[in-house]
Design a binder for this molecule. Structure first.
Ligand SMILES: [Cu+2]
Length: 304
């Protein structure tokens, strides 16, 4: 790589400048290659001043964390430093003063091969873990709990199926400023949280009743569009109990910013307790014949 980068016909002075720049560049690369600091954000939500991804609590989120922090970020830093170094080199070595007579060189086969093959190899290196991650996200494991999430302008509805002890649907709205209690988070806490058991495979079926929303919970590594007339599926398995927040991540109208998602991850025993109580509380709210949004899409398809 070093050889192919060396422009031909360099005088002694230029070669020494080149040497200094490559040495500096190598030192910069070395410091960039040091392990990137782990994400500083707390699990479940972001705090002011934090950078990086939110702390992962599911296998997929760990994989995303590794891919972003240990593969993508170092590659981005190295490429940026490399391009910056090249720019600086060109400015110093080939400005009008330093190089009054421009070279007539227009082709360099070795260089052209290198700047084609090296980027392709970088992309292959990125593609391997990327496709592996995609595979893990898209191939759903056997569900312990299946739930349905429906996006609306501007709140979420959670449905727990009957065959798993549920059979109820309820709405989840953001708490307004005057409803906040100590410990609540402004514009993240909701009146009715979704509750799931820890360490279990939760399959989430996501749809919408009006416009496209996006169901996103950063700590779970989950982000999937809620599309009217379609049923998207994703999954997560939370490793730690706690409350994990997310937000609609598709511009869906005036109150897009005010439809947060809150998932409370609890022990299996607490989940069973909550399920029994929620069944009592929410059954009255659940329509006798739940609206099946996907039906509309099927009807449209049947007409063609
Ligand atoms: Cu939305």
């Amino acid at each position: 790589m070093k050889r192919s980068m060396t422009p031909p016909n360099l005088g002694g002075r230029a070669r020494s400048t080149y040497g200094v720049i490559t040495k500096t560049f190598a030192a910069l690369c070395l410091s960039a290659a040091l392990p990137v600091l782990p994400a500083l954000a707390a699990a479940g939500h972001a705090d002011p001043g934090e950078i990086g991804l939110q702390a992962p609590v599911t296998p997929i989120a760990h994989e995303i964390d590794f891919f972003y922090n240990d593969i993508l970020t170092p590659i981005i830093i190295l490429i940026s430093l490399f391009v910056a170094a090249l720019l600086i080199y060109v400015m110093v070595r080939f400005n009008e003063k330093a190089n009054p007579t421009a070279s007539q060189l227009t082709h360099h086969t070795g260089l052209e091969l290198a700047w084609t093959i090296i980027p392709v190899m970088i992309l292959v290196v990125i593609a391997v873990p990327s496709f592996r991650l995609l595979n893990h996200q898209l191939i759903l494991p056997k569900a312990d709990v299946t739930m349905k999430v429906t996006g609306h302008q501007w709140y979420w509805t959670y449905t727990y199926p009957k065959d798993q002890g549920g059979g109820f649907t309820y709405d989840s709205y953001m708490k307004s400023a005057d409803e906040l209690k100590p410990g609540d988070l402004r514009q993240l806490s909701v009146d009715n949280e979704a509750v799931v058991p820890v360490g279990k495979n939760i399959v989430v079926q996501v749809t919408s009743s009006d416009v496209i929303h996006s169901f996103t919970v950063p700590s779970f590594g989950v982000r999937i569009d809620a599309v009217p007339g379609r049923l998207n599926e994703t999954w997560f398995r939370a490793e730690r109990e706690g409350v994990y927040y997310g937000q609609c991540s598709k511009l869906c109208g005036q109150n897009h910013a005010y439809m947060p998602i809150a998932f409370r991850v609890v022990s299996q025993a607490k989940y069973a307790e909550w399920l029994a109580a929620a069944k009592k509380n929410f059954s009255a709210l659940t329509p006798a014949k739940p609206v099946r949004y996907a039906d509309n899409a099927l009807d449209v398809d049947a007409q063609h």
